[in-house]
Design a protein around this ligand. Structure first.
Ligand code: PEP
Ligand code: MG
Length: 577
């Protein structure tokens, strides 16, 4: 059975499930009566704090990765701080409660303080404090720590939420994958998992209750799913895939400084999908040809009020300066659907993916929209910024958005604030009506970026988040392929315009052959996939790919197309596939 989640990346893994349950049992409250009891409680609190600090010191010494050492150091500093100890003692003195109550209260206060900070990365650090609190309570209650330091076989850690401390103290050589019900992209575990290169999938509901300890599962961190009940044939297939993935990884480093070219030297752009400032280093490291999709909604989530122009401008400017002349395509807010933003006036809807989403909300809330547009325009003075509208479904929406953009430009010009007056503006093609009239729309914009994640769900009428119908959600659906072809064709003979793709299909090895053949000019993929896509493209001859694409267009079912592309991929990619 296949379970879909959110991809954290880092490759593929096969291993036995180890379910981690870090829940602390309900603690009975205790009231202290005598002064002597209070003094003893405070002394025992110090002992516990000391012991946990020592545990972290040990972990820090043994760790080989910087990230782990930094994290242990952060925990140590936190627990050694005088103000923390004094606050806990004050709680015991004032409330005549025991150390568990004091630990819980003071640590919660700390976590709350961090969660209010206006920064998604720091906000996630409040989760770390929960983890330290649980460690303190386990020590205080005499509960044995979960000990993964002696793992001896390939293991997939599965939990409601994996505490970083558990990951840190495990025998990392055998931690092959991580699966969790909760946890965001910027959670420390996700960052740790990426640093350590552990394939991970987060956000699979109830998975720690669905799987059983010891069962063999497959984790596909690149595509964001796991599978259990594996047959022997499937296991062999997976092992083969993992071996090839390793071979490919080893050959990627050298791709960093090479230009993005097909085998017959046709230049293409391989750009990256971005979402947060904290990803910038990773994005720069892979040396992509720019950013093909900056998902700005991440800057709006996890907050109590919308970010202001200055805040957005500074982030966009930082990216623009780093990417210099390379394109930085910033998408205007794509909120709604599965991305909820409580402070915006979007009511609960029965079909949020078909509802008040993205450009629809922005066009109705002009002043709010202009804040983002001005921030993007201002950043355009510092690099090659382009603006992209999501969820466009008609020409009228492009006209309306352009009017608002012109207004934002006039506002900046009246204040002599510099911006690129010829800034390029494009749209995402992710609604079938847009793909169908793409030949008309291309005259109004500078570029298209095909958003297959949504285009597929709207074309095939399959909710992209619903695992029950996920078998229908296919890159190879002939209807989807025709819409993609139509969109590419509408742009191809237009000088100075380009057509790219920023949905997950752009990183699919089989689809890449077809897309090169159809003439796609830009592939925007997750940072962890940039070098792999560059490598695969370097193995494709564009003329041969064109013939393959022509053949694909004659095939009638997704299965036939996939099988045919499999055969082509084996031949073209050889040992890399
Ligand atoms: C898409 O729909 O393909 C896309 C890239 O946008 P998102 O996944 O953010 O909806
Ligand atoms: Mg989309």
């Amino acid at each position: 059975m296949k379970y879909l989640g959110n991809k954290v990346g880092n490759g593929l893994a096969l291993g036995k499930v180890y379910i981690i349950n870090t829940k602390i049992p309900k603690i009975e409250k205790k009231t202290l009566i005598t002064d002597d009891e209070i003094t003893k409680e405070k002394e025992s609190l110090k002992v516990i704090l000391n012991e946990v600090v020592k545990d972290y010191e040990k972990l820090e010494k043994e760790a080989s990765e910087d990230e782990i050492r930094q994290l242990c150091n952060f925990y140590k500093i936190l627990l050694n701080s005088n103000s923390l100890i004094t606050s806990m003692e004050e709680v015991i003195d004032k409330e005549k409660c025991d150390r568990n109550e004091a630990i819980t209260k003071v640590m919660k206060r700390k976590a709350d303080e961090l969660s209010l900070v206006d920064n998604a990365y720091l906000k996630m650090r409040s989760k770390d404090i929960e983890d330290v609190t649980n460690k303190l309570l386990r020590k205080s209650l005499g509960i044995n720590e979960i000990d993964l330091s002696k793992l001896k076989e390939d293991t997939i850690l599965v939990a409601e939420e994996i505490p970083p401390s558990i990951l840190l103290s495990s025998n990392l050589g055998y931690v092959k994958g991580i699966v969790s019900e909760l946890g965001g992209k910027t959670s420390h575990v996700a960052i740790l998992a990426s640093t350590l290169g552990i394939p991970s999938v987060f956000g699979i509901k109830e998975i720690s209750k669905t799987l059983t300890d010891g069962e063999l599962i497959y984790v596909n961190g690149n595509e964001g799913y796991i599978e259990n009940n594996l047959t022997n044939t499937k296991i062999n297939e997976i092992k083969d895939k993992i071996k090839k993935e390793e071979l490919l990884k080893a050959s990627l480093e050298e791709m960093k400084d090479k230009p993005s070219l097909t085998k017959d030297n046709k230049p293409l752009l391989i750009t990256a999908n971005a979402g947060e400032l904290s990803e910038l280093d990773k994005l720069l490291e892979v040396n992509s040809d720019g950013i093909g999709l900056f998902r700005t909604e991440f800057l709006f989530l996890n907050r109590s009020v919308a970010p202001d122009e200055e805040y957005l401008f500074n982030i966009y400017k930082t990216f623009a300066e780093k990417f210099k002349e390379k394109p930085l395509i910033i998408r205007t807010l794509d909120i709604g659907g599965d991305k909820k933003c409580p402070y915006l006036d979007i009511k609960e809807e029965q079909n949020p993916f078909l509802g008040y989403r993205a450009i629809r909300y922005c066009l109705d809330n002009k002043e709010f929209f202009k804040v983002s547009l001005r921030a993007m325009l201002r950043a355009s003075h510092y690099g090659n910024v382009m603006i992209m509208y999501p969820m466009i479904s008609s020409l009228e929406e492009i006209y309306k958005a352009s009017e608002i953009l012109d207004e934002a430009k006039r506002e900046l010009a009246s204040k002599n604030i510099p911006f690129n007056k010829n800034i390029k503006v494009g749209i995402m093609v992710e609604v079938p009506s847009t793909a169908i009239i793409s030949d008309m729309l291309i005259d109004e914009v500078d570029f298209f970026s095909i958003g297959t994640n949504d285009l597929i769900q709207y074309t095939v009428a399959v909710d992209r988040l619903n695992p029950t119908v996920s078998n229908l959600y296919s890159f190879y659906n002939p209807g989807v392929i025709r819409l993609i072809k139509k969109t590419i064709d509408s742009c191809l003979d237009k000088k100075e315009k380009f057509v790219g793709m920023c949905g997950e299909m752009a990183a699919d090895p089989l689809a890449i052959i077809l897309l090169v053949g159809l003439g796609l000019q830009e592939f925007s993929v997750n940072a962890s996939m940039v070098l792999k896509v560059k490598k695969l493209i370097s193995l494709i001859d564009s003329k041969e790919a064109k013939e393959i694409a022509n053949k694909v267009l004659t095939l009638k079912t997704a299965k036939e197309i996939e099988t045919y592309l499999e055969v082509c991929a084996k031949k073209i990619y050889g040992k890399y596939y």
